[in-house]
Write a protein that binds this ligand. Sequence first.
Ligand SMILES: NC(=O)C1=CN([C@@H]2O[C@H](COP(=O)(O)OP(=O)(O)OC[C@H]3O[C@@H](n4cnc5c(N)ncnc54)[C@H](O)[C@@H]3O)[C@@H](O)[C@H]2O)C=CC1
Ligand SMILES: O=C(O)[C@H]1O[C@H](OP(=O)(O)OP(=O)(O)OC[C@H]2O[C@@H](n3ccc(=O)[nH]c3=O)[C@H](O)[C@@H]2O)[C@H](O)[C@@H](O)[C@@H]1O
Length: 480
Amino acid sequence: MVKICCIGAGYVGGPTMAVIALKCPSFEVVVVDISVSRIAAWNSDQLPIYEPGLDEVVKQCRGKNLFFSTDIEKQVSEADIIFVSVNTPTKTQGLGAGKAADLTYWESAARMIADVSKSNKIVVEKSTVPVKTAEAIEKILTHNGRGIKYQILSNPEFLAEGTAIQDLFHPDRVLIGGRETPDGQKAIQSLKDVYAHWVPEDRIISTNLWSAELSKLAANAFLAQRISSVNAMSALCEATGADVSQVSHAVGKDTRIGPKFLNASVGFGGSCFQKDILNLVYICECNGLPEVANYWKQVIKINDYQKKRFVNRLVSSMFNTVSGKKISILGFAFKKDTGDTRETPAIDVCKGLLGDKAHLCIYDPQVTEDQIRRDLSMNKFDLDHPVHLQPMSPSSVKQVSVVWDAYEAAKDAHGVCILTEWDEFKTLDYQRIFDNMQKPAFVFDGRNIVNVDKLREIGFIVYSIGKPLDPWLKDMPAVA
Ligand SMILES: NC(=O)C1=CN([C@@H]2O[C@H](COP(=O)(O)OP(=O)(O)OC[C@H]3O[C@@H](n4cnc5c(N)ncnc54)[C@H](O)[C@@H]3O)[C@@H](O)[C@H]2O)C=CC1
Ligand SMILES: O=C(O)[C@H]1O[C@H](OP(=O)(O)OP(=O)(O)OC[C@H]2O[C@@H](n3ccc(=O)[nH]c3=O)[C@H](O)[C@@H]2O)[C@H](O)[C@@H](O)[C@@H]1O
């Protein structure tokens, strides 16, 4: 029986291994983690992450051929294939701080593998890592090798949160990079055999190690670039009277461009786009390519501009001050159908409004009050480290309340701010919300999900990213 062990039971390790276990019933799959609470949650009815369809997959396999454990060393020593899916956040200190990937967790996992292994292993990079990481890992493993042979493969993950299970069931492609030696090719074939249980052969691509590592960074950079491109257009739409949804539709009809990933927003979030682009920028700089580095940096600059622009629009349209005003924040997760808040644009928008002394009343169907308070009090980049290494009791943020109902959040508010595109926000009773708000009542839609005309009929002053401006807003300075 093939034994698979995955180090890191997070957003990638958990769902990916659950799907492998489901599709490969003859394999034993064990997911291990240093976080005791995370493993306990995986073994309970309340899984540690919210992901549509995940519960069903886990329920079908857990206890049969899918296990979650903190007995890391035992499970690693017994495995044939070891996936490493640990955090690779942006470095906060030292060389490359604010840009380079922090490989502390990866290195400690590799050293542990080297320490406990007694048989040959295939070690799979599942985390997103800088190009050439496999070379460093190889050195760590073979240094302490005691004659044990390791083959390192790069098998980056392309799932998106909120659709992880569907993405894993029907991936556009599975990418496997390995050494171009007979042993390297044999290892690639072993991993291909795992995915071949459910992924069509023509969707399993193999490359050399460095191409696979770089393709992951490139894919995320291209995706983020599309969002920054449409967000840059949204600013121009507001200045000219064009409508960004119409522009996106027209542009996306070109089959060379395609319709996906062209929704203007308050900015992209999530744990990966920013960190992976910063990582790419750092690699370019280290390779003496400042022009290439600057090109990609611009994607992040536009994203920061978009978030700042949104806050400035909001404040300037409310008579240039939100001091003491209640602003209702609908949605805190970085996108719908996830409870993940890493790098969510909501953090920057809320911090911007708090800087102008607003009172915030926040509602998100999947994010806890504790998480919101942590996010608003912690430093940027600290949030993507393992949970048990984060401060236990973050300092409490004044001027913020968290409620469990959108109507409660909007009651007596001066403005409503939509920051996540949760479906339930599309069907709220906006008349009821309007009736219970201070007047003039404002809606700032950072996701373009409300019916602007209908809301204006009710009496709201509406700002929707990249849409023709409300007459009220036309006279306000659109500074950024
Ligand atoms: N979140 C996503 O949608 C995607 C993430 N990725 C990449 O996958 C990697 C993991 O990301 P997530 O799953 O989101 O992170 P996560 O933070 O949800 O999970 C990582 C887990 O690794 C554990 N861990 C850290 N060091 C460990 C060690 N030495 N031994 C055992 N466990 C350890 C942590 O406790 C944590 O539970 C990152 O490199 C990320 O860039 C790639 C594609 C999608
Ligand atoms: O490496 C990763 O972590 C993953 O990053 C993204 O997945 P994810 O961040 O989970 O979610 P996306 O759907 O890509 O959304 C990212 C952000 O962009 C925003 N977005 C997305 C699409 C769009 O048109 N407009 C837009 O503003 C979303 O609201 C969200 O804040 C990629 O889509 C995955 O392929 C990749 O595996």
